[in-house]
Design a binder for this molecule. Structure first.
Ligand code: GLN
Length: 304
């Protein structure tokens, strides 16, 4: 497969189209990023890499980190985790409050905000310094100690994070948050403020294309069975109330973030990261989805 030629063909084609969508404005720091950045990086499981555009510019990974936090928590907690958070698509926006009330504070899945906060709370049982412990885990996957948080982005979100505060307080009232909500929220915002470029992100997500083996050294970080389950959750829940549409168009397990990034994998074949900050109404990158739709169409390589 000539991924290189196909990637640059799609990339150039999309650049010629007028930009659509807006970057996330509810986190003021994210609104400062040039909305027309566009980068792509693809790694095959056989070790070949392809890139286009702004693939080496770091960006705020945001909700994509929910997959990495889930990975760590699933490994540490095992199936007990599913008593506190479900695995069903929500059909609602990422920061929605409605289901939480009538479902007794149990979030639908770990890839919406409420579910990711439960995951943070679960991680805090195991990590004396959660921010440092999680960062070390992420860096260790690819052996890349240059991966960092951006505390300015975390502080920016924190100063406007009323809806996330409402979510965590509601879950605390239902008894599904063990630690102090303020402390869990602080960890959650820092986790969302993780920065990577497309190359770092696609290398990291090779974990899910490679059946749970760490891209850095091949050690089994996550069992084959758990990796299957995380990929299934990405497939059904990775794009909130656009997960069905993403599956229909792209046909790969993936996860988006409001920083404009998307990471997607084809188990056994490749991992790909795309970054373009302009989002659609559902909070997912417009160009990111267009790119991936064309990629799986032109290469005939969706999982379906
Ligand atoms: N930090 C963002 C929030 O909590 C993450 C949302 C996202 O990337 N979809 O709202």
């Amino acid at each position: 497969m000539n991924y290189g030629e196909i990637i640059s063909g799609i990339y150039e084609g999309l650049l010629r189209q007028p930009p659509q969508g807006e970057s996330a404005a509810y986190i003021p720091e994210l609104a400062k990023v040039n909305p027309d950045c566009f980068g792509v990086h693809l790694c095959t499981t056989s070790g070949v890499e392809f890139a286009a555009g702004d693939s080496l510019t770091p960006f705020s990974v945001q909700s994509i980190t929910k997959v990495l936090a889930l990975t760590m928590a699933f490994e540490l907690e095992g199936t007990a985790l599913w008593q506190r958070v479900g695995v069903e698509p929500s059909g609602t926006p990422f920061n929605s409050l409605v289901q939480l009330e009538y479902e007794n504070g149990i979030p639908r899945n770990p890839l919406i905000n409420s579910g990711a906060m439960v995951v943070c709370d679960a991680l805090m049982k195991h990590l004396p310094d959660p921010e440092a412990g999680f960062l070390k885990f992420v860096q260790g996957l690819t052996g890349d100690s240059a991966i960092r948080y951006n505390p300015t982005v975390a502080a920016s979100e924190r100063s406007h994070g009323y809806r996330n505060a409402a979510l965590i307080n509601l879950m605390k009232a239902f008894g599904n948050i063990l630690h102090e909500p303020e402390r869990v929220l602080r960890f959650y915002f820092m986790q969302c403020a993780l920065e990577m470029n497309c190359r770092q992100l696609s290398r990291t997500f090779l974990l899910y294309a490679g059946h749970g083996r760490a891209p850095a050294d091949g050690r089994q970080v996550l069992s084959v069975s758990k990796t299957k389950r995380i990929n299934a959750i990405m497939q059904t829940c990775g794009f909130y109330d656009e997960s069905g549409d993403f599956t229909f168009k792209v046909g790969l397990p993936g996860k988006s973030g409001v920083g404009g990034g998307i990471a997607a994998v084809h188990p056994g074949l490749f991992s790909v990261a795309v970054w373009s900050p302009r989002l659609n109404k559902k909070g997912n990158s417009v160009r990111g989805i267009q790119f991936l739709e064309e990629l799986t169409t032109r290469t005939g390589s969706s999982v379906f």
